[in-house]
Design a protein around this ligand. Structure first.
Ligand SMILES: Cc1cc2nc3c(=O)[nH]c(=O)nc-3n(C[C@H](O)[C@H](O)[C@H](O)COP(=O)(O)OP(=O)(O)OC[C@H]3O[C@@H](n4cnc5c(N)ncnc54)[C@H](O)[C@@H]3O)c2cc1C
Length: 293
């Protein structure tokens, strides 16, 4: 690893000052689980690392009228175990529980994972399916970015120089919806998914699909929203035939990279299979009663 100077600021103003001063030579660090590996591999070589851990007010989870606001420094473990997230966003609690091992989840933060932009990570598909957005803060103020627009390319995210991701706002899933996150893990339990899918599906009283959001991970250079499949379901009866036809459209949306987890063809097939299963399981989780029947 190259030599670097570590800075430990206690306020965002100090962070912005350091980012201003050192420009492209500086990188912020949250949990360090991705950045330290990238520095050891010399993929990034900052001369100045700006730790965020001592900056106040970035690690709280609160329930608001717009949804749950999660501070960027909240660890994956904190989110998985939060009573607020468990009560209001069960899809998210389940998703974070499926990340790696407790050792990683105790260190890795929601903000660090999002800015890292690895298309194999678990949280982005679930967060996009829920319609989450991120707040980017700089010395000039706040900028809100829909997570759907955050991921630009492989490990490339829409974070501008001088910006820090400070919080993530996650709306609750719509009333009368069911949601699920599936991680296809044929190798080991702590691996990244070969294919992952988050689905949120809601149903009209007459049994037709009111809305569907289907987002896949590990099948392209960014998370992939399967909009054609969603359009094919919306307004249609949620029959096996319609679900199969919609899931088949997922194949056109994905463009997986071949790696040791499988060929691009295999992952494309699995994307269809797991999208179908995710929609089926989400429908099973739609609450019974007037809102969901
Ligand atoms: C062994 C191992 C297994 C893993 N398995 C999984 C898995 O199964 N599923 C999964 O989803 N992930 C997995 N991960 C990835 C892990 O989730 C990421 O490494 C983690 O989310 C990164 O978060 P961090 O807080 O450690 O980020 P850091 O390493 O601190 O930072 C990552 C990047 O984000 C930038 N950054 C950090 N915080 C901010 C901020 N607030 N604002 C602006 N920029 C910021 C940094 O400059 C850096 O570029 C695994 C990692 C390891 C090491």
């Amino acid at each position: 690893m190259i030599d670097f100077e570590y800075h430990n600021p206690t306020s965002l103003d100090e962070v912005f000052g350091l980012l201003d001063q050192y420009g492209e030579d500086a990188r912020v660090m949250a949990g360090g689980t991705a950045l330290v590996i990238q520095m050891k591999q010399r993929l990034v070589q900052p001369s100045h690392v700006v730790g965020l851990r001592r900056v106040g007010n970035l690690n709280t989870i609160e329930s608001t009228s717009e949804g749950v606001r999660i501070g960027a420094l909240c660890t994956q473990r904190q989110i998985e175990n939060s009573p607020i997230v468990g009560g209001e966003l069960p899809l998210l609690a389940d998703t974070f529980r499926k990340v790696a091992t407790p050792r990683i989840r105790n260190m890795a933060t929601i903000g660090g994972g999002l800015v890292n932009g690895d298309p194999n990570q678990d949280p982005p598909p679930a967060l996009i399916a829920l319609g989450a957005s991120a707040v980017m803060t700089s010395k000039d103020g706040d900028r809100v970015v829909s997570l759907e627009d955050l991921f630009i390319d492989y490990y490339e995210t829409d974070v501008q120089p001088g910006e820090v991701l400070t919080s993530v706002l996650v709306p609750q899933a719509p009333a009368g919806s069911g949601s699920v996150y599936l991680k296809f893990l044929p190798r080991t339990a702590d691996d990244y998914g070969t294919v992952t899918v988050a689905a949120v599906v809601s149903r009209e009283q007459d049994g037709t699909c009111k809305d569907a959001r289907i987002v896949l991970g590990s099948v392209g250079v960014t998370p992939v929203r399967a909009t054609q499949a969603e359009d094919a379901l919306r307004g249609k009866p949620l029959t096996d035939e319609n679900i199969r036809a919609a899931a088949a459209l997922v194949k056109d949306a994905v463009d997986p990279l071949e790696d040791f987890r499988g060929s691009a063809e295999y992952k494309t097939e699995m994307a269809e299979v797991f999208a179908r299963r995710a929609v089926e399981q989400a429908i099973e989780l739609i609450p019974s009663g007037p809102a969901g029947s």
